[in-house]
Each structure stands twice: as structure tokens, then as C-alpha cells.
Design a protein around this ligand. Sequence first.
Ligand SMILES: *Cc1c(COP(=O)(O)O)cnc(C)c1O
Length: 359
Amino acid sequence: MTASTTNKTGFDLRNLVRPNVAKLKPYSSARDEYQSISAKMIFLDANENPFATDVNSVPDPQQRNLKAQLAALKDVEENEMLLGNGSDEVLDLIFRAFCEPGKDNVITLPPTYGMYKVLADINNIENREVLLTSKFEPDVQEILKNINGHTKLLFLCSPNNPTGNSFSEESIFELLKNFHGLVIIDEAYIDFSEKESWLKNLQKYPNLVITQTLSKAYGMAGIRLGICYASAEIIEVLNKIKPPYNVNELTQKRASERVDSKEDVISEVADILENRETLSKALSEVNFVKKVYPSDANFILAKVDDATTRYNQLIAKGIVIRNRTTQPLCKNTLRFTVGTQEENEKLIGALKALEKEEI
Ligand SMILES: *Cc1c(COP(=O)(O)O)cnc(C)c1O
């Protein structure tokens, strides 16, 4: 570890890494060692079938082409990036690198993305839940009170799923400064937000980790490509434990093509944002909708008279949304993904028809 891992705020990466991870020697493949001169080499190291099928060779374990594209697009260094089989894999790697089962804990802020808790449970890590405030903002004082010597990770989902809002910058800055574990900001929905990504703060906060994904705005949920941005030191730790070929060849290719046609993504996002405004307005005019929450994402949370009844009625009409009524602070809420204009019109038509039905 270099001196840069320690800073005056008291953050020291060496205190966070699990001892077994700190001392392990990662799996090394010949492709890792000779990738830079690969064009000139004959590879007889990995017992592959030599006849070309396009995918007869193992994929690049470091996904260099895709990382170079993302580095240029996001203005970060390639060694500040780790790619995974969806952000779910990236989040799991973070747990496994830093949290000692049965000993360490993490903090999550319900109502939020369900995978943080599932991953904590899978890894046998205590999940300390600190509810968001009634305005769906992090309760900074309460979070700081819940931190102890074994708190390794704090998950901030911004824009937050399922509430749709981005957290206040002030709260996030305060948490970054006062928590000496890793602050993971999940930016799965950042491309739908007016707020800027936290990527520009990567150099300033050695404890900042940002995750993004091609599953939402980029329209590539099927290929599974998640991205983790963090200091080179943190990325080095995660690289030690990632499965060597965790991002398959087809995914690398499709992701690369999609990142290359960024204009398509931008124009689709613009359409989705327009449809979001239309849907939001239409929802607020439905007589059993009590409240439509503002959204910085590609979904809308709305409070209705009886979420479970309305959910079942929509299912009967062939429309599947998400019932969030059992989530804290979300009683009688439904989450609507913004679809195409046609899908949204069908949804609104169905809701209008329900206005006349008995509940
Ligand atoms: C959808 C979603 C993801 C996406 O995960 P992938 O594994 O990359 O598909 C991550 N975080 C949040 C908050 C999400 O809603």
C-alpha cells in the first residue's frame, strides 16, 4: 500500500481489507501477463480449442478495450475501474473483500435497493438499517451514531430506488468526511438525473466508491455489465478476488458497441425523461393516487389509497408494476417503471378504468 491510502481524515485502507484478502495471492492467467503483446503471441496455455468460433478463447480478464472507452467517456483512469457481471457482482466483491463474516457490519438506508441486504445476509454480515428521513434523505446523525469499529461499508443509493430522489450533496459530503469506512454510492440511475455524478470527487475522497451499470439507461440489462469506480488501491484489492474471466466476451463486445453509440443512449434517455413527465402528470390526475413523488430516475413512486388492491387490479389487466407497500416509509406506494409512450398510455388507460371500479 502507498502513503496515499492514508489521509488526514483518518481513512486507512489497510484497516478495512480482510486479513485473508490482504495476504492472498490472486489467480494469475497467462492472458494477464502477456495481454499487452497478445497480437504477436501464440497462446497454448489455456487448453482452448484452437479453431475459431469467435469465442473460443477466454475473454480479456482486464477488459482493456472496454475500460479504455469508459475511461475516456467518464474521465477516470483505467486503474480506477473494475468491471463485473452486473453491479450485483461488483457489490458482492466489495462485501467479500472488506467484511469479515460474523464480525463486521454495514449500514444501509431503507427504503432502498434490496440487494444490499441480501448480499449482507449471504455473506453473514450484520446489516444496520438506518431509515431515511420522511423526506427520503439520509439521517446523517443517526448514521454516525450507528457506526462502530466494525462498520466497513455504507451504502447510499442516489438516485434512490424506490423513492426516486437524489440525496442532498451536503449529507453525502458529511458522510464521506466523517465515516472512515467505504462510502458506496450506487449510481444505477445517474443518467436520468439532473445531478452530476460523484465521479468528479473520486480523487478527493479515498473512501469513495461509485457503482454504475449498463442495465438501466444503457438498455443492456441482458448482458450484465456493472462498473465500480474507486481509488487504484481499492480497485487493486477487488481485482485480487474477482473471478478471472468474470465479464464474458459477448458482454465485452456488446458493451463496447453500445458505449460507442452513446448518442443513441442520450436520445433514448431524453425520450424516457419526456415520458416520465407525461406519466407523472397523468398519475397525479388519477383519483385514487394520493401523491406522486418527484423522480430523478426512470421510475415513479406514487402513494395510492390501497396499494395491494391497485396492484392486483393492474395485474388482472396484464400490467405488472412493483408494490412497495411493505417497505418502511412506503405504505401504500407503487413503483411504476417509465415505459414506451404506448406502454404508458396503456397503463394510464388501465388506471383511469380502475377509477370507476369498486375496490
Ligand atoms: C437495477 C439496479 C442495479 C443494477 O444492477 P445490475 O446488476 O448492474 O443489473 C443496481 N443498483 C440499483 C439501485 C438498481 O436499482
